[in-house]
Design a protein around this ligand. Structure first.
Ligand code: GTP
Length: 374
């Protein structure tokens, strides 16, 4: 069984952190998202994976290499990369075009999985495949029940699980609260429904046509499922992952955690992390490799990327902090803040909610309202 992972999006909602790293390399509990996805696929017996890459393709290719978790990895680049391999958005293939482009790698002999690379799930892929085999259809979409379907693609479905209608991000009147979970099984005939070399959305341009022809089925999954496309989602994904996976909250090697530190479960502490006396860490915190946390620091609901330095008495709540950031003494970072790599935030500086700071900026004064500092 082969799998294609859509991995080439711009990740605009996670800027500025996604300017310098592909979304699939963002860490959850100190492991890149792509590793969590690949590990699960390997456990379900997948042997070959095609990564459909585009924006920051080289970074992903160099980081992931040619094999992982017993699987062979191939890379299919959107034909938007010019000879210098620079990004050219008008040629991006979207979520459908990359499937067609990988036709040769995926082959026409057997069904295959397609996954959105920004979905984390513990779903049993084989169960979805089995459901697909019973459907006698071209495509089966994993469906997840959510309380508020308005930001997703929802479906109208028959008792036999045939999808009648596919409504992308309904503003009102969603046909159900079953949403497209971004995990698909496709028969090779899907290639006949996708144009060659053209930008195409699998959700908007392909699924509605399949539904009209009665060739689209759904299969509800009830396992852990989370979309990591937005900052708050990423923090929530970290929380859910830490809670669902005992081993994810283990403490790593060479850490120096003062015995007067309070760790509020669940927390992931990377290799070489140091935490000073009187600090309170957690719940729902991931501290990347070699992060330094001073004394009396408070961190909750946050992800801190590797090699960042947090000075004494700083507080971070509900934020994502990039690599090699320096937070001064008593700095305060509030909910929704995204701090780019190499940023310096001086002592006593306080950022209001939802402030975004672009890489390498030096912030010397407090920021009282939400804004993007470029
Ligand atoms: P936003 O810009 O924040 O919406 O993120 P995104 O660019 O990742 O878009 P979206 O969440 O819709 O993408 C869903 C999945 O498809 C993600 O795993 C993306 O990496 C991937 N994807 C989106 N657009 C493209 C594309 O043009 N080419 C390729 N190869 N993958 C894509």
């Amino acid at each position: 069984m082969k799998t294609l992972i859509l991995a080439g999006g711009l990740g605009t909602r996670l800027r500025p952190l996604s300017c310098t790293r592909p979304k699939l390399l963002f860490p959850i509990a100190n492991r890149p998202i792509i590793d969590l996805i690949l590990e699960r696929l390997g456990a379900c017996g997948v042997k070959e994976v095609v990564l459909a890459v585009n924006f920051l393709a080289d970074v992903l290719e160099q980081t992931c290499g040619k094999s992982k978790y017993g699987m062979q990895l191939h890379y299919s680049r959107d034909k938007l990369l010019d000879s210098e391999r620079t990004y050219s958005p008008e040629k991006a293939l979207g979520t459908g075009g990359p499937v067609k482009q990988a036709e040769e790698l995926l082959g026409r002999d057997a069904p295959f999985f397609v996954l959105n690379g920004d979905i984390l799930t513990d779903a049993d892929y084989l169960e979805i495949l089995n459901a697909h085999k019973n459907n006698n259809s071209i495509a089966t979409i994993a469906l997840r029940r959510v309380a508020d379907p308005s930001r997703y693609g929802t479906v109208e479905i028959t008792k036999e699980n045939r999808i009648r209608k596919f409504v992308e991000k309904p503003i009102r009147g969603a046909p159900s609260n079953l949403i497209n979970a971004g995990v698909y099984v496709f028969e090779p005939d899907i290639f006949n429904f996708i144009p060659t070399g053209k930008r195409c959305s699998i959700e908007k341009d392909v699924f509605p046509n399949l539904a009209t022809e009665g060739l689209l089925f759904g299969h509800e999954i009830t396992d852990l499922w989370v979309d990591i496309g937005k900052p708050a989602d990423l923090i929530e994904a970290n929380r859910l992952w830490l809670e669902a996976h005992e081993e994810a909250a283990r403490h790593f090697v060479d850490t120096k955690v003062d015995r007067n530190v309070e760790i509020k479960s669940k927390v992931s502490i990377g290799n070489g992390v140091a935490i000073g006396c009187g600090s309170v860490i957690g719940p729902n915190v991931s501290l990347g490799k070699s992060v330094h946390v001073g004394e009396g620091v408070h961190i909750k609901d946050s992800i801190v990327f590797p090699s960042t330095y947090i000075s004494d008495l700083a507080t971070i709540e509900g934020a994502i902090i990039g690599e090699f950031v320096r937070l001064g003494k008593k700095a305060r970072i509030r909910r929704g803040c995204l701090i780019g790599d190499n940023v310096k935030i001086k002592s006593h500086v306080s950022l209001s909610q939802n402030v975004k700071v672009c890489p390498s900026k030096i912030i010397s004064k407090s920021v009282p309202s939400s804004e993007c500092i470029m």
